[in-house]
Design a protein around this ligand. Structure first.
Ligand code: NAD
Length: 332
């Protein structure tokens, strides 16, 4: 491909993806399935790798999420809320493992924590002296929306921590999602009432969280599952999994499917097992997340612009159909 053809294609991909990002993150109304979005982003990434000098400043490959909505107070994240890099195959996952090992001074210590990748909304919870004082969306990763009034209505979010031993300031991160059964029930009620239905549980969770009136959120069947602590590597715990178990003790929901494995073959066995059980879970997952378990090794690996180097999302094959998106009306 000539430079000028590549430039034109990259510009077209950036424009298209930025439009999809706005529909997905800001309007909560995607017009294409995730698999289509992922395919175009992959094409853009490949072109950017081939022609790095042509990368555009507004490339979606450099950015996380979308702009926060002006209706909500803005919250600046002290520790940015990043995204995750994706792989779609065993070979790509093995490449990730090779890259991780290649960067570590002592790869013998490497183990992976394996977790389902919940398809919901990333949220940060701030506790001061064990009391929930603020909840915020990820937004663009640096600035999110203050949704404390809505998050307080979710029963699986502790308003006060149990036990003791927490730091004076604790920032917990996780996913707020809508379990499938609650989603089906809610849509059935909407159908019977002749009102609009939601396109999928993720869209329903996003719309429910961004209500200005928390009485509406309170009626929505939302749950929260926690998957991390901001700044955990600063000596609180030795491993990511230890931090998660402690979160469980303090009263947070953590995923009971979390496992720690010795190597990438363990991750692949976990993938096969979870893929076979995916349909039986009570919530939607779009893949799995593998994280370097040692927090010291995580710190050694660090971050790139929009994602940590110590974690990877292994996406499942797409399930959704484009017709589904076309046929259903959206509701915020
Ligand atoms: P992502 O969904 O690929 O991964 C990052 C997110 O995973 C985190 O922010 C967190 O919220 C979530 N997560 C769930 N379980 C987790 C766990 N156990 N540990 C850590 N994180 C966990 O990245 P993204 O930036 O949120 O979204 C990108 C994806 O969204 C795309 O790959 C695409 O599938 C979809 N998308 C679709 C459209 C569209 O138009 N259809 C547009 C934009 C994005």
């Amino acid at each position: 491909m000539s430079d000028s053809t590549a430039r034109l294609r990259m510009q077209a991909l950036c424009d298209q993806l930025n439009q999809y990002n706005n529909e997905y993150y800001v309007l909560d109304a995607p017009s294409v399935p995730d698999s289509e979005y992922d395919r175009l982003l992959r094409e853009l990434r490949e072109l950017e790798a081939q022609y790095p000098e042509l990368q555009l400043a507004d490339s979606p490959s450099l950015r996380v999420g979308g702009e926060p909505l002006p209706e909500f107070r803005q919250v600046r994240h002290e520790t940015p809320m990043l995204s995750l890099d994706n792989v779609f195959s065993e070979d790509e996952l093995r490449d990730f493992d090779r890259r991780v090992r290649g960067r570590l001074t002592d790869p013998a210590e490497l183990r992976y924590a394996c977790e389902p990748k919940l398809d919901g909304i990333a949220v940060s919870l701030l506790y001061v002296d064990g009391v929930l004082v603020r909840a915020a969306t990820r937004g663009d990763g640096r600035v999110g929306e203050d949704i404390t009034h809505n998050v307080r209505t979710i029963r699986s979010v502790p308003l006060k921590l149990k036990g003791g031993g927490w730091p004076a300031e604790l920032e917990v991160r996780g996913e707020i999602y809508m379990p499938r059964q609650g989603f089906e029930k809610m849509n059935e009620a909407a159908r019977q009432a002749g009102t609009k239905t939601f396109v999928n549980p993720r869209n329903a969770a996003a719309g429910s969280l961004r209500q200005l009136d928390s009485r509406i959120t309170a009626t929505r069947p939302l749950e929260m599952c926690c998957y991390g602590i901001a700044g955990a590597e600063e000596g609180l715990f030795a491993t990511h999994s230890e931090g998660l178990y402690q979160l469980g003790e303090w009263g947070f929901n953590i995923n009971p499917e979390m496992r720690v494995v010795d190597d990438i073959d363990g991750c692949l066995a976990y993938y096969a097992d979870m893929l076979s059980r995916r349909d039986g879970l009570s919530y939607d997952i779009d893949g799995l997340v593998f994280k370097v378990d040692s927090l010291a090794l995580q710190a050694e690996l660090g971050f790139v612009s929009r994602a940590p180097r110590w974690a990877i999302a292994h996406k499942f094959p797409a399930q959704e159909e484009i017709t589904l998106l076309k046929d259903v009306e959206f509701q915020v």
